[in-house]
Ligand binder design. Structure first.
Ligand SMILES: C[S@@+](CC[C@H](N)C(=O)[O-])C[C@H]1O[C@@H](n2cnc3c(N)ncnc32)[C@H](O)[C@@H]1O
Length: 230
């Protein structure tokens, strides 16, 4: 496993966080993606509670990495059913969370996949999930928004339109990358900050969810190819 951590004391962080993740989650497959296993929160509320104090002390966000979000599940399903989308290509999975979409891309035949997230815990979880699935992923703990990505053919992004202004900046950046010749695939279950146009819908599916996290038991989720102009 190659990695590019920016965390100051990464070995110590891993020493503490690897057992924290395995102790507070269980290996399971997301409903729509039985091909992949992840360390997931079985009951989200206890995990959130046990994480809260610990993660606040470490100045780390809530455990988004412990859920397979509707966007990530729909995008993974689409990629596994249409492997030609990524086969032989270099992929960056932006806002990777658990690394689900990155793993789907690797399984579908991408030559190199980098899972990127600003949350260091997501990077640790993705590394554990890669090992769980016997796959090799690159991991990158950094904020790439606005940066050039010369060594990538395809960018995937599942369920990142949940927060403003990040969603706006990210969408503007991703459209610029499309203008530079990259393919950008994203998936969204109707989050408030998702774009209203400037994409082609490739696939739509009802993703089973839980009322602990979402406002309904299924979320109609679209998979889209982004266009350069809105
Ligand atoms: C709702 S989760 C989605 C995770 C995964 N893509 C999925 O669909 O299951 C959103 C993720 O975006 C990450 N994120 C937020 N801002 C980011 C940024 N500027 N760069 C990379 N990741 C970011 C969060 O840390 C979180 O892991």
């Amino acid at each position: 496993m190659k990695s590019s951590p920016r965390t100051q004391d990464w070995p110590n962080f891993l020493r503490v966080m690897n057992p924290f993740i395995t102790a507070n989650t269980a290996a399971a497959s997301p409903g729509l993606v039985p091909e992949i296993q992840l360390y997931l929160a079985t009951e989200i509320t206890p995990l959130w509670r046990s994480c809260e104090k610990f993660l606040q002390r470490e100045n780390i966000p809530p455990p988004f990495w412990a859920l397979a979000w509707p966007g990530g599940q729909a995008l993974s399903r689409y990629i596994l059913d249409h492997p030609e989308t990524v086969r032989g290509k270099r992929v960056l999975d932006f806002a990777s969370g658990s690394g689900l979409v990155a793993l789907a891309c690797k399984k579908a035949g991408a030559v190199a996949v980098t899972a990127n997230d600003v949350d260091p815990m997501a990077i640790v979880a993705t590394s554990l999930n890669a090992t769980l699935n016997g796959q090799e992923l690159n991991v990158l703990h950094d904020n790439l928004i606005g940066r050039a990505l010369p060594e990538v053919d395809v960018i995937t992004a599942g369920d990142f339109c949940y927060e403003w202004p990040m969603a706006g900046y990210a969408m503007e950046w991703l459209r610029r990358l499309v203008g530079e010749g990259k393919t950008v695939l994203f998936a969204d279950p109707g989050r408030p900050h998702a774009p209203l146009g400037g994409f082609i819908e490739l696939f739509r599916i009802a993703v089973p969810t839980t009322r602990d996290v979402e406002d309904s038991e299924t979320k109609s989720t679209g998979v889209f190819r982004l266009l350069a102009d809105e």
